[in-house]
Design a protein around this ligand. Structure first.
Ligand SMILES: O=C(O)C(=O)[C@H](O)CO
Ligand SMILES: [Mg+2]
Length: 256
């Protein structure tokens, strides 16, 4: 049975962010993830996790100025200093929350840009080194270009090649089934081929990004295949509920 984590950026938005921990626990989740914790002090987040018996599955490094359009810093050579500072910030939150892996967003850049590629590879090496010392994995996630136009890491084969080429022990793939289906399709084959390098999985229906089982893919079949392949990590429920969050959790009963 998959170990589901509620994505608190997208789910339980009926209540303010810090109250979403309680709401997720009450709905039966034992783990949570979200994009960014940085609007709150590390201790505030840690306290919510403790109070509700939740595990932290994942969060992202600071992405730069999100509201100004930044989507990560790693592939941006002129933001290298900011990227380095973001590692220390993320590691503070990792220590407080006990998370086992952090997601590094690439930023908006062209893959053909040699300086961007160099910056991205250097950023990964630096981050993996620091995260490794803290006992953490680093994950990278291909994101489809419809949701995030211009995103550097927009292809699963490119990501797998980078991971193989860099050969860093704690670098893994974040396999978001929603993005995989939009970018390439062929989801089951993708899972089978990349299972040895997968560090985190996320799911949502395609194309609406709602509850699993409400889109074009047989998401329950995909989740069963994950089990069959021996995946033991978390599956982040990174979807926007079509209506009220708890009312939309019926799809999970298939795994009771
Ligand atoms: O968009 C996604 O799928 C993510 O997982 C990212 O963390 C951020 O955009
Ligand atoms: Mg995702």
């Amino acid at each position: 049975m998959p170990r589901f984590a509620a994505n608190l950026t997208m789910m339980f938005t009926e209540v303010p962010f810090l109250d979403r921990f309680a709401a997720a626990a009450e709905a039966g989740f034992t783990a949570v993830e979200y994009l960014f914790p940085y609007d709150f002090a590390p201790e505030e987040i840690a306290e919510r996790l403790r109070a509700h018996g939740l595990r932290q599955a994942l969060f992202n490094l600071p992405p730069g100025q999100w509201d100004a359009g930044d989507r990560g810093l790693a592939a941006l050579p002129d933001r290298a200093e900011e990227f380095r500072a973001s590692i220390a910030t993320a590691l503070d939150y990792a220590k407080a929350t006990g998370v086992g892996r952090i997601h590094m967003m690439s930023g908006l850049a062209r893959r053909e840009d040699a300086a961007a590629l160099r910056s991205y590879r250097d950023a990964l090496a630096r981050l993996c080194d620091a995260a490794g010392e803290a006992g953490l994995e680093v994950v990278i996630e291909p994101i489809n270009s419809r949701d995030m136009p211009g995103y550097f890491l927009n292809d699963f084969d490119f990501a797998a090649d980078l991971i193989a080429g860099l050969d860093l022990a704690n670098l893994k793939l974040q396999f978001d089934i929603y993005h995989r289906q939009i970018i390439h399709g062929d989801v089951l084959t993708g899972l089978r081929e990349t299972m040895p390098i997968i560090g985190h999985v996320q799911i949502a229906s395609v194309p609406e990004r709602h509850e699993p089982g409400t889109g074009e893919l047989d998401d329950l079949r995909v989740l069963r295949e994950l089990d069959a392949l021996g995946y033991e990590g978390f599956v982040g429920c990174e979807y926007r509920p079509a209506g009220e969050t708890v009312a939309g959790l019926g799809w999970m009963r298939a795994f009771d």
